[in-house]
Design a protein around this ligand. Structure first.
Ligand code: KIV
Length: 267
């Protein structure tokens, strides 16, 4: 993948043009090269690495040092993609902790954006991070770091009150300076409405195909975790060929609006 480095301005321009954004999780240098070669615009060093690489039951045990290590592995190989690093559980519980975590993820890890889970309660933190030069991606809907509070991995925003809360949170994050939003496991109609309402791009996962872009966990879409992939995911290896073919199929399907399809969309 050649050309200028992808920034939040690039993604905003893609949204204005109606060009869908392809994002995947990525945890090492080998896959960073393969994903960029396939045309993936956004690499997310997700704290899902706790589950897919470390064998943890949730993302809660993931530490900042793990995120810094894997972000640095990816950033050494990534030449063009926007590189988002997840801020792990409680690493942004105070504004000072958030600044310290961003300093490591961007300074040592080489991330070009950080992601945190939560809404209006994080508006001041987002304001502080962006004021000091750290671009922020929000994450709403199903918040995996809150799984113990939620009581499981469940769809969010299913009733009017829940949907209104997510909408208010999304507007608060945008107003505070977030430049991107991940929306996980919400009804497709809500995701479509928010994508139209917000100026910043919305990247969906389990949120239907009317978002500005899509993200999946790499190991799910490569079929590496048999029997464990969520229903909204697709095994892009199933059609045959190698990893590069599967990644190219994913990018093509996202760009064409063919992924997720009706069977991968719950609402
Ligand atoms: O950690 C992760 O992989 C994520 C995606 C599920 C969006 O946050």
């Amino acid at each position: 993948m050649r050309g200028e480095r992808i920034t939040s301005a690039t993604l905003a321009a893609m949204k204005r043009r109606g060009e869908r954004i392809a994002c995947l999780t990525c945890y090492d240098a080998a896959f960073a090269r393969l994903l960029e070669a396939a045309g993936v615009e956004v690499l997310l060093v997700g704290d899902s690495l706790g589950m897919v690489l470390q064998g943890q039951p949730t993302t809660v045990p993931v530490k900042l040092e793990h995120m810094v290590y894997h972000t640095a592995c990816v950033s050494r190989a990534a030449e063009r993609a926007l590189l988002i690093a997840d801020m792990p559980f409680l690493s942004y519980a105070t504004e000072d902790r958030a600044l310290a975590a961003a300093e490591r993820l961007m300074g040592e890890g080489g991330a070009t954006m950080v992601k945190l889970e939560g809404g209006a309660e994080l508006a001041d933190t987002v304001r502080r991070l962006t004021r000091f030069g750290a671009p922020v991606c929000g994450h709403l809907g199903l918040l995996p770091q809150s799984v113990h509070q939620l009581g499981g991995y469940r769809y969010q925003g299913k009733d009017a009150a829940g949907a209104a809360r997510i909408e208010a949170d999304a507007l608060a994050l945008q107003e505070a300076g977030a430049s991107l939003l991940v929306l996980e496991c919400v009804p497709a109609a809500l995701a479509e409405q928010l994508s139209a309402r917000l100026d910043i791009p919305v990247i969906g996962i389990g949120a239907g195909n009317r978002c500005d872009g899509q993200v999946l966990v790499l190991h799910d879409m490569l079929g590496l975790l048999p029997g464990r992939a969520p229903r909204f995911s697709r095994d892009f290896m199933a059609a045959g060929g190698g990893v590069a073919d599967a990644l190219a199929r994913y990018v093509a399907e996202v760009k064409a609006g063919g992924f997720p399809g009706p069977d991968e969309t719950r609402f």
